[in-house]
Design a protein around this ligand. Sequence first.
Ligand code: GAR
Length: 211
Amino acid sequence: RKKVAVLISGRGSNMLSLISAAQDPAFPAEIALVVSNNPDAGGLERAAGFGIETAVLDHRNYKGNREAFERDMDALLRSRGIELIALAGFMRLLTPFLVNAWKNRMINIHPALLPSFKGLHTHERALETGVRLHGATVHFVSAEMDDGPIIIQGAVPVLDSDTPESLGARVLTVEHKIYPRALALVASGAASVSGHKVVLSREDADLAGQT
Ligand code: GAR
């Protein structure tokens, strides 16, 4: 099983979906470490409750020196033998240093159907725009924000009665389904990067399209 670190900043519901999936010994990844940049992240206690090692790297101790923060993060991950990183609501922009060090070994979940609605407040912007479908994307991380080869997407309908909260809740249920699937595809080697796209081994190709 591949050793995975999950990076969080908040409540960690996506982290929990990965931990739950990895409870199955047949799952090809093990969640070996959870790291937060925010000491108050609720996900830290939830992870510790599963007996998973947790760590805090508080970005405020680095006074804006993003690369020093990332060098310490990188050293921590390497010291624990981590092989893959899963960003799960990790709300720090990464520099090319960490992105390049973990190229094709770091994945992220974004609450929109990329390449639409990169950045923050995706549910508000989807409602303002009037799209009829919205959703979530798991992708490999590249140097540009919310960009990189797409592994899985999940779509939900947008209803006229939706608020950002109701739409966000609908998207979140899809996030919790697709993130474990995407991690399994990457950890098992079934999903690999080819140019700017992900290719899937044939037996997994159907899986990635379904939600
Ligand atoms: C999730 O909706 C995730 O997609 C989003 O933050 C939330 C974290 O919730 N990520 C981003 O917006 C990244 N730009 P969680 O802590 O319960 O997983």
